[in-house]
Design a protein around this ligand. Structure first.
Ligand code: FAD
Ligand code: NAP
Length: 531
């Protein structure tokens, strides 16, 4: 017999764990399903060498419990994957969450019953659950994607994806290793793998802008200061996401020397803060070019071989329009005698054979392939579930021309189904833990409202949804983001519609919009009452 749950949660990463805790807090019977064997989400799956966050750990952490943030001691500015995973395990234990999570259990379908106004959900073991609410915490960067390379199935060595890294770390010593992909994951893994591989070949299709992390151990005094100031810092983070030093000055309002000094200052500090050196870097191409020129000069300064340096300089898209990368010794790694950059723009991969990768010009003997080739971002994990709303309409069909929803939170025809940090919300453009907490809190308030008013379902109106989709597009078109073929636009997935998916208007403005909608009695939504 189908098990009855008030709120069914898909995923047990940062979002699923907090959603579970919050549902319990408001007295809703909740249960989470996680296809991995343990908690952690991204931080369970991404065990590749060098994996760490690039939002400072003191900020890339939950704010919902002061006790939690006071008792947990981060050891580095940007924690490594094992430390973040340990933190999420601590959260699961501390709040006694595991008893309400089914691990090793993938959700495969969810169908809305028009008559009962309930969701019928199935897992990959054939079990059925009936839920009033579905909370999709399945992740924006969880549907990893292997490259579609001719012959890769004939390769006789191991093939790893950074986002599905085995628990037993592979040995790189004496191996000719290929890393395909130079996004955030690749640029973190490359310097680490280079340290032990016999030879590392980096297959680069598009170079990325890589800002040094300047990672360092977190001094006890620094940590203590953060903890003392948490009330103020977290309140500000709710408005801006990450506490960067956001400039209010346009790039050409200062002299060339002042600009250079500002970039150098931020380069020396390290991290994504670099992108906020001037307030028009993401809206004005010429301003953006000044930042790009600065990074190009640093690349040319760091890399000994001038040909390799040019190949590493991104020139086809504005800085920041693809997710900026934060790395350690990335460019310097190309000075090692055991590292070779293979520029796929000059010589694309033509074939993978049993023991080699062939490009148009060379055949390179390879023992192991590391695919840092990214994700079917924002919509991929949802598309892997057969989700059918009112009248049997499928979410995949509804989103065939690009994701459509209201506030990024809910969709027409999919009552009581909430999406966490998916398309249409600030999502991957901000500190995601801040976005997750905002979404979960809003959803909890919404469920309290529905339960208190005896409502059976809530769904956006078509008009509200269309208006929001237009707004998300309009906000993006004011920026340089659409000028790169990025995963923000779905450009990395063949056949995926090119639509800029996240809301670029900022978490503060977005939060205010969501709060106003709630304050107005959930304007833009239709609420159905029970009998
Ligand atoms: P996830 O952590 O992706 O968790 C989703 C979970 O849902 C997964 O465990 C998955 O197995 C499970 N799941 C999916 N589908 C199903 C299904 N059908 N059935 C059952 N379970 C399912 N963001 C930042 O803000 N700062 C950073 O520094 C940062 N660093 C990152 C580093 C890496 C390597 C990656 C890949 C992402 C990073 N991100 C970062 C983005 C990251 O996605 C978020 O910060 C955050 O971890 C997302 O949490 P989540 O719970 O929403 O999703
Ligand atoms: P990504 O940014 O999508 O990068 C994938 C890389 O693989 C790109 O260089 C891409 O080239 C290349 N690629 C894809 N298919 C290929 C193919 N068939 N042949 C050759 N090259 C191919 O993925 P990611 O690096 O995993 O990062 C995804 C996101 O996760 C990041 O943007 C970030 O938000 C998050 N992340 C954060 C951190 C962190 O530092 N905190 C670390 C890792 C990930 P093209 O550009 O040409 O498509």
């Amino acid at each position: 017999m189908a098990r009855r749950i008030d709120a069914l949660i898909v995923g047990a990463g940062f979002a699923g764990l907090y959603a579970l805790h919050k549902m319990r807090e408001i007295g809703v019977v909740a249960h989470a399903f996680e296809m991995a064997d343990d908690v952690g989400g991204v931080w369970y799956w991404n065990r590749y060498p060098g994996a760490r966050c690039d939002v400072e750990s003191v900020q890339y952490s939950y704010s919902f419990s002061d006790d939690l943030q006071q008792e947990w001691d981060w050891t580095e500015r940007f924690a490594q994957q094992p430390e973040i995973l340990a933190y999420l395990n601590h959260v699961a234990d501390r709040f006694d969450l595991r008893r309400s999570i089914s691990f090793g259990t993938g959700i495969v379908s969810a169908a809305f019953d028009d008559e009962t106004q309930l969701w019928h959900v199935r897992d990959d073991k054939g079990e059925e659950y009936i839920a009033r609410y579905c909370v999709m915490a399945s992740g924006s960067l969880s549907a990893s994607r292997l490259p579609d390379l001719p012959g890769i199935e004939d390769f006789d060595g191991p093939v790893f994806h950074t986002g599905a890294w085995p628990e037993d770390a592979p040995e790189f010593a004496d191996q000719n290793v290929a890393v395909i992909g130079t996004g955030s994951s690749g640029i973190q893994a490359i310097p680490q793998i280079a340290k032990s591989a016999e030879h590392l070949y980096v297959f680069q299709r598009t170079p990325n802008f890589v800002i040094p992390a300047r990672n360092q151990p977190l001094a006890a005094e620094t940590l203590a200061k953060y903890k003392a100031e948490y009330p103020v810092l977290r309140a500000r983070a709710k408005q801006v996401g990450t506490l960067y030093d956001f400039s209010e000055t346009p790039a050409f309002e200062v002299s060339a020397e002042e600009r250079e000094a500002e970039y150098q200052h931020r380069w020396d500090q390290g991290g994504v803060n670099f992108v906020h050196a001037f307030n028009d870097i993401m809206t004005d191409l010429e301003a953006n070019q000044t930042a790009a020129d600065f990074v190009h000069a640093r690349i040319r300064g760091a890399v000994d071989d001038p040909v390799v340096a040019e190949q590493l300089c991104p020139k086809d898209y504005p800085l920041g329009a693809k997710r900026i990368c934060v790395g350690t010794d990335y460019y310097e790694t190309y000075n090692r005698s055991n590292v070779t950059l293979v520029d796929l723009q000059e010589s694309p991969i033509t074939q993978v054979s049993a023991g080699a990768i062939e490009t148009r010009d060379v055949t390179i003997p390879i023992d192991m392939i590391v695919c840092a080739t990214g994700y079917d971002a924002l919509t991929g994990a949802l598309a892997r579930i057969d989700i059918r709303g009112r009248g049997g309409v499928s979410l995949t069909d509804k989103w065939a021309a690009g994701p459509r929803n209201y506030l990024g939170l809910m969709c027409v025809d999919f009552p009581n189904m909430f999406f966490i940090t998916g398309p249409g919300s600030p999502s991957v453009l901000v500190n995601m833990v801040v976005g997750i907490e905002q979404h979960v809190d809003w959803i909890a308030d919404c469920i309290i409202h529905l339960e208190a008013s005896g409502a059976t379902s809530m769904v956006p109106t078509a008009a509200a949804e269309s208006k929001w989709v237009q707004r998300v597009n309009d906000e993006a078109s004011k920026t340089l983001f659409p000028k790169a073929s990025s995963w923000y636009l779905g450009a990395n997935i063949p056949g995926k519609p090119h639509v800029f998916m996240p809301f670029v208007g900022g978490i503060g403005r977005y939060r205010a919009i969501c709060d106003q909608v709630a304050a107005d009695g959930y304007s833009g939504f239709e609420i159905s009452q029970g009998d």
